[in-house]
Design a protein around this ligand. Structure first.
Ligand SMILES: *[C@@H]1O[C@H](CO)[C@@H](O)[C@H](O)[C@H]1NC(C)=O
Length: 165
């Protein structure tokens, strides 16, 4: 084997060992970039994001491995597919994200950064706003699976409705 040949083989092996594994997470890190570019914290979505699509209208579709729960200040449920409209400082969630509030799972509707200097982020769950610290969303959290969660969500929702009658 000539010296240049050996050099080429080494470079090739280096590429295989170090570059290829990185391509798996490329989409993940570019979602973080997309969020940052829109003035939103990088940790709005958990680590288990598999892929995402964003069109020019700002329609964002995020795919996760499986439905899961992530811990912020409260527990947030992510479905396999989260659909949202993305604009600067705002993520209007259409489906796939819920937050636990007084033992009920309520859909997250809006995530807004009104004033970045305040370090606060507003989360709208339909009838109420919750103010959370921006720093809570710095890093994508680990999302743990929870079998039977959808069953419990339906059960709790029904109980909630009964209580209101
Ligand atoms: C999301 O965007 C679509 C099209 O741009 C629009 O029709 C829809 O009303 C938006 N949804 C919300 C909740 O703003």
């Amino acid at each position: 084997m000539s010296l240049t040949h050996r050099f080429c083989v080494s470079i090739f092996l280096l590429l295989v060992v170090f570059i290829l594994p990185l391509t798996g997470t490329a989409e993940d890190s570019s979602l973080l970039e997309v969020l940052r570019r829109h003035g939103l914290p990088a940790g709005l979505f958990p680590q288990s994001v598999k892929s995402f699509k964003l069109d020019q209208m700002g329609h964002l579709e995020v795919h996760l491995d499986r439905p899961c729960l992530a811990q912020y200040e409260t527990t947030v449920f992510f479905d396999t597919v989260v659909k949202a409209n993305l604009s600067f400082g705002q993520l209007k969630v259409l489906e796939g994200m819920s937050r636990e509030e007084l033992f009920l799972w309520l859909p997250v509707k809006d995530i807004i950064v009104t004033d970045p200097s305040s370090g606060l982020i507003l989360i709208d769950i339909g009838f109420a706003y919750k103010r959370l610290s921006f720093s809570r969303f710095d890093e994508p959290p680990i999302c743990r699976s929870h079998r039977g969660l959808s069953f419990r969500m339906v059960g709790r929702k029904n109980i909630g409705f009964k209580d209101q009658r």
